[in-house]
Every structure is written in structure tokens, then in C-alpha cells.
Design a protein around this ligand. Structure first.
Ligand SMILES: O=c1ccn([C@H]2C[C@H](O)[C@@H](COP(=O)(O)O)O2)c(=O)[nH]1
Length: 161
């Protein structure tokens, strides 16, 4: 999977948003970290993986994919802030179950916020891709859902979102 294209699309979107709201990256890194944590919480809610008290089915795959790629947006965006423009790691079949993977993603986000290093970024991307695989998304699914949502995000900026 060529992630470089997605990093480039993310850079364009982030620039557009910063310009629109007259902000600089330094002012919003922590907000981006919180935004990412919130998106992952929203995704967890759609999967219902932790709702041991409920028998309702998870949301449809397209709904989950949209939440999942919101997370991809903020991960790429945080990567760009620390100077990362591509990702080359291979993913292995995740051995953990969904809940455990979510907890590992949250942990990796906190680590990235503390370290702001390439190693911490790669760990986060790796575990997030494992979560995606666990939820049934191929890399092709992720790419097409990302492209679709990136377009929506641009449109929203033009509509006074
Ligand atoms: O600097 C930013 C701010 C937001 N978004 C994108 C990520 C998500 O796809 C979406 C979040 O939108 P809502 O949670 O407001 O729907 O915006 C970015 O890509 N970069």
C-alpha cells in the first residue's frame, strides 16, 4: 500500500483548514491528539465491542469505515506535524481481540504525544492498521474510504462547518 499519496492529501487538507481558521500547527497539536482519542472512542462505540451488557449488532461496515478513516486523518496529520511523510511497515495478523487492540491504540497515542518520535508514530500506525484488519477492512477499503472522507472534509470547510 502506498501511504505517501494519503499523507500528501492530508497535508493539503490540513493546510486548507489552518488557513481557513488562521491557525498555526504549534497551536493545535494537543487538540489534534484529543480529536484522535475522541474519534477512536466513536469508532469503538460503532463496533460495540466492549458493550458486554448489550446484544445489539455493530453498525454497518460503511459507518465503521467512516469512523475508522477519521482516525487515519488525525494519525497522518500528527505524523506530518512531526515530519513524517510516509509509512512502510508490514502488518501481521492481529492476535489480540478488538477491545485489546483499542486499548493498545489509546496507549500508542499517549506515547506519541509524549515522545513525538518516528518510532512512536510507526507503533501507532502499526497497531491502528492491525485494528483495521481486525474490523475487516482491507488496505484498499481504507484507502477508498479515506479519499471519500477527505473530499467531504474539504467540502465542509467551504460550507462554514
Ligand atoms: O486539522 C484537521 C482537522 C480535521 N480533520 C478531519 C479529520 C476527520 O476526518 C474530520 C473530523 O470531523 P468531525 O469529527 O467534526 O466530523 O476532520 C483533518 O483532517 N485535519
Amino acid at each position: 500500500m502506498n501511504w505517501e499519496t494519503l499523507f500528501k492529501m492530508q497535508r493539503d487538507l490540513d493546510h486548507y483548514i489552518l488557513k481557513q481558521h488562521q491557525l498555526k500547527n504549534e497551536q493545535i497539536v494537543e487538540k489534534k491528539v484529543l480529536a484522535l482519542l475522541v474519534e477512536i472512542g466513536e469508532l469503538a462505540n460503532e463496533t460495540r465491542c466492549f458493550k458486554y451488557w448489550s446484544v445489539k449488532a455493530p453498525s454497518p461496515k460503511d459507518v465503521m469505515a467512516e469512523e475508522y478513516v477519521d482516525g487515519i486523518h488525525f494519525i497522518l496529520s500528527l505524523g506530518l506535524v512531526i515530519g513524517i511523510e510516509d509509512y512502510h511497515g508490514e502488518i501481521e495478523e492481529p492476535s489480540e481481540e478488538t477491545t485489546e487492540l483499542f486499548l493498545r491504540v489509546f496507549e500508542a497515542i499517549h506515547q506519541l504525544n509524549k515522545e513525538r518520535s518516528k518510532q512512536a508514530f510507526n507503533q501507532l500506525f502499526y497497531v491502528y492498521l492491525q485494528l483495521g484488519k481486525n474490523l475487516g477492512f482491507t488496505q484498499g477499503d481504507i484507502k477508498s474510504a479515506y479519499i471519500e472522507k477527505n473530499k467531504v472534509n474539504f467540502e465542509r470547510q467551504n460550507q462554514g462547518y
